[in-house]
Design a protein around this ligand. Structure first.
Ligand code: C2E
Ligand code: CA
Ligand code: CA
Length: 648
């Protein structure tokens, strides 16, 4: 739907590395589809919220209809927008546009959006009204405060609410409620607040209560004093952007340090919000003390998001200076914090970037990317953004988008590589290998293809696509082709999918390939959970398929655990095969593998056989089958037929 609405969409199915992938994508809107899995969706939102906020993006959260209470949780987790089921395609497109406008306002440094982001961070503004107690309106503390009441005054008599809404607002509210009673779903209305700001309410049912989520639309307040983060008194994200843009405009591109506290959400969860807030304030003071400087060297110190801070170094400044400061900041934050009776230990990571780029948004994103790198790569605490890091990413991103299309348009092709019996030189089978004929880049090998799929989370989809296509193609073969064994590759991610074995067996059965189909999987894919892998392989085998272990002799290679797995074939990795013509020691390793495989009653296929000499030595060690350029590279089905005619 997003694509049809003109967006370039990048999918992410796993939560790992979400933050860096979001940053690398340069996306301005994140959509989290939590319609089926709320808890996971919230976890994803939490993981992204700081990066989304620090980079002035928007986060649209999709919730199921009966989870209206989830909306509050989503805002709490960092969502800036939401859409509840059921919704039409047009509404989704509209929600994306709203989200984009929010991001644009932030990028333009618009005060209103910055204010909004802060509200979202602290707490959702929500009211509740129960038809059973019609005279009372309950407010969330944030809404009470924003409406000018004490935070703890959360119950209002209805007539006070009426005054707050104004006459027009009250009418709109009653209409919205009437619409809600008739149509369900979410019913919005807007009005002018007492201070003249425009405010939207999104009204919905929740367990017999009518609930409104309040969203200030454009907070063009009269007094627009220096933007401050209310919790710490530092500059906020808007102020940071403005500071950076000011320097860039003077031709004095600054260096930016972004500092993130690791796992700060744990502190809030463990000690409660007030303790968390107190610690954030202490962190701010420590950063300020070290970083702020004076006079012309006065630096920017800002709080960008919940647990992210920025320090901007004006010119003249060097990366070395920034790195030194970053090291000091990390050390300062590593000292314990005391809040009330709690002692809390924190770690900080730092990303650094210099403004080679064009605007504040880009500088922030680069520094955030470096921070994401520092977070992922223990033990690095400080990372500097490197140019080129991103241009490569842009190319990768292009590939990921193209792959999506290629899958839709069925443009991934399959080539077949013969598997040959050593003794008779007869072709007994083929391995299906994927190829992508890219409209611009030409034919791409499987490595590039699968790397792009992995990055963009299409791995399972691609893998399935290729398997289905290969099996279908082989089912239609006749003549000599019809006698061949067919091997397809599966990944660790494939076998982790529920129902993988059933699906594979059903496909094989439908294609009439049950007794000719082999599934190849690499050992690293099996190592992670040997027990369930063994079960799965057993299921495939009892269904009549064969199982081969691929790339054997690389990675973890443990001869012992092979015994625990129900296998038919071992495929000796190309590197090992090619070693056989090397030293005597190399040969002993290959011999050991072949001996052991045979003692377990397994067939052995040597991969990557390129020369007669290799073949000869392998044959002497008792290897029964081979694959490799010596016979043929992977080829299309026509060429395969020619090869068969020649070999028979
Ligand atoms: P693999 O399963 O080990 O496939 C064998 C690779 O070795 C193929 O590379 C093949 O072209 C190459 N090769 C074959 N003979 C020789 C030789 O004599 N010398 C040399 N230097 N190379 C040889 P390819 O097609 O680029 O595939 C690379 C890897 O990508 C495969 O390794 C496999 O892990 C993965 N892959 C390829 N197609 C698929 C697929 O459809 N599904 C999945 N899940 N993975 C695939
Ligand atoms: Ca393979
Ligand atoms: Ca292999």
């Amino acid at each position: 739907m997003a694509e049809r609405a003109g967006w370039a969409a990048i999918a992410a199915r796993r939560i790992e590395g979400l933050e860096r992938r979001f940053l690398a994508s340069g996306a301005s809107v994140v959509v989290i589809d939590a319609r089926a899995t709320l808890a996971e969706g919230l976890a994803a939102a939490r993981q992204l919220s700081d990066a989304v906020q620090a980079n002035g993006a928007a986060l649209l959260f999709l919730v199921g209809r009966r989870e209206a209470s989830a909306v509050a949780a989503a805002f709490e987790a960092g969502a800036t927008h939401y859409l509840a089921m059921p919704f039409a395609e047009g509404e989704f497109a509209q929600a994306l546009r709203f989200a984009q406008r929010h991001a644009e306002r932030l990028a333009g440094g618009h005060r209103a959006a910055a204010g909004r982001a802060r509200l979202v961070e602290s707490e959702a503004m929500v009211w509740r009204w129960s038809p059973e107690k019609p005279a009372k309106l309950a407010l969330s503390p944030a809404l009470a405060q924003a409406s000018g009441f004490a935070e703890e005054q959360t119950e209002l008599p209805r007539n006070v609410a009426q005054r707050l809404l104004g006459r027009g607002g009250m009418r709109a509210a009653l209409h919205a409620v009437a619409r809600l009673r008739q149509e369900g779903g979410v019913s919005p209305f807007a009005h002018n607040a007492l201070d003249g700001r425009r405010v939207a309410h999104h009204v919905m049912w929740e367990e017999g209560t009518i609930v409104g989520h309040v969203e200030p639309l454009d907070a063009t307040r009269a007094s627009d004093a220096a933007p401050r983060d209310p919790l710490t008194g530092l500059d906020d994200g808007y102020g940071a952007r403005r500071w950076i843009e000011g320097r860039i405009a003077q031709g004095q591109a600054p260096i930016l340090i972004v500092l993130g506290l690791s796992r700060f959400d744990m502190v809030n969860a463990a000690f409660g919000r007030p303790v968390g807030d107190a610690i954030i304030r202490s962190v701010a003071r420590r950063i300020e003390r070290l970083a702020v400087g004076s006079g012309a060297r006065r630096r920017l110190v800002a709080r960008l998001a919940g647990a992210e801070f920025a320090v901007g170094l004006p010119q003249p400044a060097t990366i070395e200076e920034a790195e030194m400061l970053a090291g000091e900041l990390v050390a300062a934050i590593a000292r314990p914090f005391v809040a009330g009776e709690h002692v809390v230990n924190l770690t900080a990571r730092v990303g650094i970037a210099s403004a080679g780029g064009s605007d504040a948004g880009e500088l922030l994103r680069h520094a955030s990317l470096a921070l994401a790198d520092a977070r992922e790569q223990e033990p690095a605490r400080v990372r500097v953004f490197e140019l080129g890091q991103e241009s490569r990413r842009a190319e990768d991103r292009r590939l990921e988008l193209d792959l999506r299309l290629a899958l839709d348009e069925d443009r991934i092709e399959i080539l077949w590589q013969p598997q040959v019996a050593v003794a008779s030189a007869e072709i007994i089978g083929v391995e299906a290998l994927a190829r992508w004929n890219h409209p611009v880049l030409g034919e791409l090998g499987a490595e590039a293809l699968f790397a792009a799929a992995e990055r963009s989370d299409y791995l399972v989809e691609l893998s399935r696509h290729v398997q289905a296509k290969a099996i279908k193609a082989a089912a239609a073969w006749d003549g000599e082709l019809a006698g061949l064994h067919v091997a397809v590759n599966v990944t660790a991610a494939d076998i982790a999918e529920p129902g993988f074995a059933e699906r594979m067996l059903a496909m094989a059965a439908q294609a009439g390939l049950i007794d000719r189909l082999t599934v190849e999987i690499t050992e690293s894919g099996l190592m992670e959970d040997l027990g369930s892998a063994a079960e799965l392989l057993a299921q495939l085998r009892s269904g009549g398929l064969r199982v081969a272990i691929d790339d054997f002799g690389t990675g973890y290679s443990s001869l012992a655990y092979l015994k625990a797995l129900p296998l038919d074939t071992i495929k000796i990795d190309r590197r090992l095969t090619q070693d056989i013509a090397g030293s005597a020691r190399d040969r002993i390793v290959v011999r050991g593998v072949i001996d052991m495989a045979r003692s377990l009653g397994l067939a052995v296929v040597a991969e990557g056989v390129e020369t007669e000499e290799q073949l000869h030595l392998l044959a002497a060690e008792g290897c029964t089958y081979y694959q490799g350029f010596l016979c043929s590279p992977p080829v299309d089905v026509r060429a395969m037929e020619t090869l068969l005619n020649r070999s028979s």
